[in-house]
Ligand binder design. Structure first.
Ligand code: HEC
Length: 154
């Protein structure tokens, strides 16, 4: 009994202590000049799919849930944001060269078609961020024509 109490106190103390280790929040401007929507022709319907299903991890602005600042969840979220942005950041789309854009467009279609993106753990909590097969087809069609335009454009 006494031992259980000691463990409980230690656990609570640990939970309080870890709150001091705070990753930096990803709360940059949502609307930037280099954002995908600003530099490319993205139909509104697709722009809102990206915003709702991808931007939390692939842009400079994350919509944090209520537990977003609570360790250890905050660490877990931060890891996804840092890794996601390292691979693809829609906020700095305009900074990529043609070859990078074309390769990303190809990857985007591949990742959503295989069901790898959005991450499964994210979809468990963000059910409205799931993509329908119609969404996937629309994004892949757009990605193809966007890539073609980049290839043939000046
Ligand atoms: C919960 C966070 C999260 C969400 C939401 C998310 N991603 Fe990702 N994404 C990641 C992480 C982390 C990686 C890198 C590790 C990996 O591939 O699993 C990644 C990798 C990628 C890559 C690979 C890029 C490369 O260079 O290999 C693409 C493309 C991608 N995501 C597209 C998307 C698209 C499109 C959406 C929305 C439909 C999306 N992601 C939603 C976290 C996320």
């Amino acid at each position: 009994m006494r031992r259980t109490l000691i463990y409980l106190i230690l656990l609570v103390a640990a939970l309080i202590l870890i709150q001091f280790i705070r990753p930096e929040n990803n709360l940059g401007e949502l609307e930037s000049e280099t954002d995908l929507v600003q530099v490319s022709q993205v139909p509104d319907t697709l722009a809102s799919i990206f915003l709702n299903s991808c931007y939390d991890c692939h842009s400079n602005h994350t919509r944090y849930p209520w537990y977003g600042n609570l360790a250890p969840f905050s660490w877990y979220l931060n890891k996804h944001v840092v890794e996601g942005k390292a691979h693809l950041n829609f906020s700095s789309w305009g900074l990529m060269d043609k070859a990078q854009k074309i390769s990303q467009l190809d990857q985007i279609c591949e990742e959503i078609s295989s069901g790898s993106m959005p991450l499964k753990s994210y979809l468990l909590i963000h059910r409205s961020s799931r993509l329908s097969s119609h969404d996937i087809m629309a994004i892949c069609n757009w990605a193809d024509s966007e890539a073609l335009e980049i290839l043939t454009g000046d």
